[in-house]
Write a protein that binds this ligand. Sequence first.
Ligand code: CA
Length: 524
Amino acid sequence: MKPITVPFLLAGALQVLPLLGGLSTVVAAAEADQRPNILFIMTDDHASHAMTCYGSVVNKTPHLDRIAEGGVRFDNCFVTNSICTPSRATILTGKYSHLNGVPVFNRFDGSQPTVAKHLQAAGYYTGLIGKWHLGSDPTGFDHWEILPGQGRYRNPVFYTATDTRTIEGYCTDIINDLSIEFLKNRPKDRPFFLMSHHKAPHRAWEPDERHGAMFANRTIPEPATLRDDYATRTDAIKENQQRVFDDMTRRDLKLKPPADLKGKELNQWLGVKPTEVEIEVDGRKKILTGEELNAWKYQRYMQDYLACVQSVDTNVGRLLDWLDANGLSENTIVIYTSDQGFYLGDKGMYDKRFMYEESLRTPFVVRWPGVIKPGTVQKGMALNVDFAPTLLDVAGIPIPADIQGRSLLPLLRGDRPADWRTSMYYRYYHDPGHHRTAAHYGVRTETHKLIYFWKKNQWEMFDLVADPHEQKNLYGNPAHRELQEKLKAELYRLKRELNDNDQFAHEQPPAGVDGPPPRRGANP
Ligand code: CA
């Protein structure tokens, strides 16, 4: 049985609730104004190492940093399945993929309990704006307006329960505007719960003009492992097809197609992974190949990716200013996170999926004036499976026993209970899928990681303290036999504890589909 923590604002009223029985609803209603608003801002594929507060050397994010500076920064927040749709299902349910039914790009069964439904039932005014990517219609929200599938960066289409409309402009600006509209139009006598979900900075990284111009001529430092040769590691990483040098397409690199190409031919042209590229330097044409082209590809990728992040930063700043101007900052918990991390050329890759540090870790910063001490840094291990129970806990709602995560409330306050987790379980299923990422499961402790690619029957083991970039696979090394067996025992202990009985071990993702089918029409 999980302990139910009560936020201090409500402690007085709610401590007596179990004694009052039937009167509890009356007491809760009387205290409704006191419950904190919850603003949950999530981006898609934003690596924490592209945020200044996490030590970024590639960009500056002053507005996202405002949340961390005014609250807490979690340095070890991990996802349990590093890919968009599964992570979103986990965040909503507080359950691992094998229990919420979304291991790959499955359509989310909206009849199951979610954090939104619980908050709505408890009197919160609930909303969801932006990327949803779960195939079915959102449930548990008083108001929602979503992108179909991945959505578009420019002039995006939005769905509501009854309408479809196209909004002119740039997706990140629009999602922020719609979020502010939701806040303006909310009933003022109830606390709100808003999930403001950006599309950015998801591939194909299409910045708006203003932020694109900020990065167009910038030279971004290369990460230490950009030219990783994968020595000592398994076939799984050697076979990956998410390499900056080898797998970026003309579309990713924003190369200009010949003017006469249209339809299928244009798509084919854009899908080519170029081995030579013609650019213009000081008015002269130059052909790039080999190592010169590789370095150029990394710059093109990062310039666009970071410009997309910068637009998020600008818009989050606008949203925080709006809260300030409307007297909402004091009683609103503001959370910023991403559905997972991302490779910024790390290990030679872009994208996510692998259990390696850069995509396993996700940014998680939380501001809650009066409860979280500004500038708190939390090293305790948080998981995306914890988000739902945390939000229920801060709203004073009992956490259902079948939720697998644990409330982060003590960690928000800067504490770490003596029995807090020191290891986490991960499982990725999307194989065969995009980027040839082999299915795997594994365990990460505070110091080590063990990964099992079950379809290949191959293992990797890393010492994260001595080898933070995970370059040296220690699996099978007789000197580390004892450690290996200990990690294996912990891996299978967690797997059992979480009721992962390989329910989806043979799940085949639909070929060529980048997400579950959207509710209406084709994926734009
Ligand atoms: Ca994502």
